[in-house]
Ligand binder design. Structure first.
Ligand code: S3P
Length: 173
């Protein structure tokens, strides 16, 4: 396993906020797969979904994960919520670093993403139903892909970051 910290979990689980804190604390580089894809594609995620479809976006995620495996160490990598779903990504993630699942409940997701327009999978009507359906189908996948599961609803982002860091330190010793 490479010396990176990876954060997986549902939209709104705090991967970016917590990831930036961990990176600052450890002096690691912070990377965000969504942001990297937006830069490479030259368009926003909603536009990628609209013009090229979700499958094209998922392919970009796999390609990026392979690239990161070949190039990155001492980084904290925040991943898009659907990235762990592809079977081939599970082993790529585990090789890339210590995979932490930031677990949250439907209520917290709904509260944090109220009014959000940037997530195509939650656009339109019946957001609560969509979150419920996606969360329940993904939870077991996130669990099987991670090395560590963190309850991301207990404590401040700083405290969640500290829990990830202490797990990481134990694992690299
Ligand atoms: C997605 C989550 C998003 C982004 C895309 C699809 C998903 O990332 O990759 O909208 O399938 O859960 P965040 O988890 O960072 O919101």
């Amino acid at each position: 396993m490479k010396e990176n910290i990876i954060l997986i979990g549902f939209m709104g689980s705090g991967k970016t906020t917590v990831g930036q804190k961990i990176a600052g604390e450890l002096g690691f580089t912070f990377l965000d797969t969504d942001e990297m894809i937006v830069k490479k594609a030259g368009m926003e995620i909603t536009d990628i979904f609209e013009t090229q479809g979700e499958a094209a976006f998922r392919k970009m995620e796999v390609d990026l994960l392979k690239e990161l495996n070949a190039t990155v160490t001492h980084a904290v990598i925040s991943t898009g919520g659907g990235l762990p779903l592809r079977e081939e990504n599970a082993s790529l993630l585990k090789k890339l670093g210590l995979v932490n699942y930031l677990k949250v409940t439907k209520e917290v997701v709904l509260e944090r993403l109220k009014g959000d327009m940037t997530r195509p999978l939650l656009a339109g009507e019946n957001v609560e139903e969509k979150v419920e359906r996606l969360l329940s189908s993904r939870d077991s996948i996130y669990q099987s892909v991670c090395h560590m599961q963190i309850n991301a609803e207990i404590g401040t982002p700083d405290q969640v970051a500290e829990r990830v860091i202490s797990g990481y330190k134990k694992n690299i010793l």
